[in-house]
Design a protein around this ligand. Structure first.
Ligand code: PDD
Length: 285
């Protein structure tokens, strides 16, 4: 069976329905998370659920459950769905109410939906690296909120896709921010640089795991803005996300990075990241 968790109940996917006046559907008035599942276990679940609640708080949306209750229900969803390797997608919206921009007057309960999807690790891309293009970052100024409003990201990813690329690297003028659905890192003379987790990017959970791995393993890392020029001159470039892990970038706008090969520092981080997955979720098959 294909189970969906909807407002605390498990229903078969085809019976999971949302009202057309749900504010997520009409305004994108809601938030979401994507959590990786390895060996039937959620990776960095605490961090994802904390960010979910933080996103809700940032848009003054109350949730009718606790982190612990949600974690229990997600684990149940994984077991019911018999998911071993894949993701959980979950979102919460400001509920169902007659359409008007301002929040509903009465206390309308939020709508929570979560479901699982089987998804392999992108092993070939992790081995060979991926191509990217540069696009202007046209998004709003609260990219730290994991909002359902993803039009800017959607348009950026579409441009990448139309150009045969895996990801679009966004910049505001000269300053590189993040990918359409990933964080971006450059390596120069052995030092890793990545945009600070401020309002212009999403504070990636994978990014934070990588930063901690760097600190624990004596790899020099600095959170600061870098320019398109620095990106072009980097020794190595990689991107990170829940589904992409530590993904080598080998081409930017048609120009090869590190002669089109994943670099040594990126390889080291990939190994450390896999070890962290194993530590939390058991040996990868
Ligand atoms: N995207 N930046 C943006 C804009 C993102 O959408 C994502 C994740 C990230 C990386 O965050 P994390 O490491 O926590 O996955 C950075 C998810 C996977 C998605 O929208 O599918």
């Amino acid at each position: 069976m294909n189970w969906t968790l909807i407002n605390g109940e498990f229903v078969e996917r085809s019976n999971a329905k949302v009202d057309i006046e749900d504010r997520g559907y009409q305004f994108g008035d809601g938030i979401y998370e994507v959590i990786r599942v390895y060996n039937g276990k959620m990776f960095t679940v605490k961090e994802h659920l904390e960010r979910f609640f933080r996103s809700a708080e940032s848009i003054s949306m109350s949730l009718e459950f606790t982190i612990e209750q949600l974690a229990t229900q997600l684990q149940e969803l994984i077991v019911k769905s018999n998911l071993k390797l894949g993701i959980i997608y979950m979102q919460a919206t400001r509920g169902v109410a007659p359409r008007t921009h301002a929040f509903p007057a009465q206390n309308v309960p939020s709508t929570l939906v979560a479901y699982t999807k089987e998804l392999e690790r992108p092993l070939q891309k992790l081995e060979n690296g991926v191509q990217t293009i540069l696009v202007e970052d046209i998004r709003w100024l609260r990219c730290d909120i994991k909002s359902l409003n993803l039009l800017g990201n959607v348009l950026a990813k579409q441009k990448a896709s139309e150009n045969g690329c895996y990801e679009a690297i966004q910049s505001r003028g000269q300053e590189v921010t993040e990918g359409s659905s990933s964080n971006i890192f450059i390596i120069k003379d052995g030092v890793i640089y990545t945009h600070a987790s401020d309002n212009l990017i999403l504070k990636g959970i994978t990014k934070d795991v990588i930063l901690n791995l760097c600190v624990d393993n004596g790899i020099q890392v600095e959170e600061r803005t870098f320019t398109k020029e620095e990106l072009a001159a980097a020794d190595e470039v990689f991107l990170s996300s829940t589904t992409s892990e530590v993904m080598p970038v080998i081409v930017i706008d048609g120009n090869a990075v590190n002669n089109g090969e994943p670099g040594l520092v990126t390889r080291k981080l990939q190994a450390l990241f896999e070890a962290e997955i194993t530590r939390q979720c058991g040996t990868l098959k």
